[in-house]
Design a protein around this ligand. Structure first.
Ligand code: ADP
Ligand code: MG
Length: 248
């Protein structure tokens, strides 16, 4: 179709006329309404819009956690719209996608080290020594080496979100999705988390799509996609604000 597109291999996810309708019939909600969207490798993109505009639904469809009721979703060249079993969906997520949630969603009985290690064990592409090296490397990048043996309830909110970022990134997925990652954090901690996400984008080339209400986080995006009532109502490309730097 888009024969003029420079390098299709750079497209990580593509949505074509993707809609997600809840409660079809009288009380139907078009949480996504004929969305066309391409995410390319290396993007740092914000989904912005009021509560209920469809940000989470879109992220779930980008991440193969949900499927559109019509239209098409392609992840890493594979059509994932229909006909996949739950196990096949899980396999695509495990291989290609890392999630960061507003409420961190760490496993409470595992330490910081073990939460990241567990994601790599499930991923199954590294041997035991490689896993140890990768977890140590992530903890160092995250500035969490001295907190490695703490469980989530022994970590601050910002530290928990850093572990969650490490868990999402450790397997080097094609795509990192973050649903309002700074919503439960104070201002300064949010800035540290934003700086960390940007560093991971720039140093590891990780592709990020995140939803946010946070003006400050928005200011760091290179592309902003605005949603209202399940539709894309605007798009901007920008030069991101200079990094404020993390001050641990
Ligand atoms: P946002 O993340 O931007 O706040 P959501 O994607 O969560 O928006 O929701 C988009 C719309 O879809 C809202 O109107 C919401 O009420 C509706 N919605 C979301 N999930 C469900 C569900 N499981 N059942 C019915 N309606 C839903
Ligand atoms: Mg949401």
């Amino acid at each position: 179709m888009h024969t003029e597109t420079p390098a299709d291999g750079d497209i990580v996810v593509r949505l074509e006329k993707a809609s997600r309708v809840y409660n079809p019939g009288e009380n139907e909600v078009r949480a996504m309404d004929a969305i066309d969207l391409e995410i390319r490798r290396g993007e740092f993109t914000a989904l912005v819009g009021p509560s209920g505009s469809g940000k989470s639904t879109l992220l779930h469809c980008l991440g193969c956690l949900d499927a559109p009721t019509s239209g098409r979703v392609t992840i890493a060249g594979q059509d994932v719209t229909q006909g996949l079993t739950a196990a096949q969906r899980g396999e695509i997520r495990n291989r290609s996608i890392g999630f960061i949630f507003q409420s961190f969603n760490l496993i409470p009985v595992l330490t910081a080290y073990e939460n990241i290690e567990f994601a790599l064990q499930i991923n199954g592409t590294l041997n035991a020594r490689q896993i140890r090296e990768r977890v140590d490397e992530m903890l160092a990048l995250l500035g969490l080496t001295t907190q490695r043996d703490r469980r989530p309830n022994q970590l601050s909110g910002g530290q928990q979100q850093r572990v969650a970022i490490g868990r999402a990134l450790a397997k080097r997925p094609a795509l990192i999705l973050a649903d309002e990652p700074t919503a439960n954090l104070d201002r300064k901690t949010s800035e540290d988390i934003i700086a960390l996400m940007r560093r991971m984008n720039e140093q590891l080339g990780a592709t990020f799509v995140f939803s946010t209400h946070d003006e400050h986080l928005m200011g760091h995006a290179r592309r902003i996609v605005r949603l209202t009532d399940g539709r894309i109502v605007g798009e901007e490309k920008r030069v991101p604000a200079p990094e404020s730097g993390s001050h641990d």
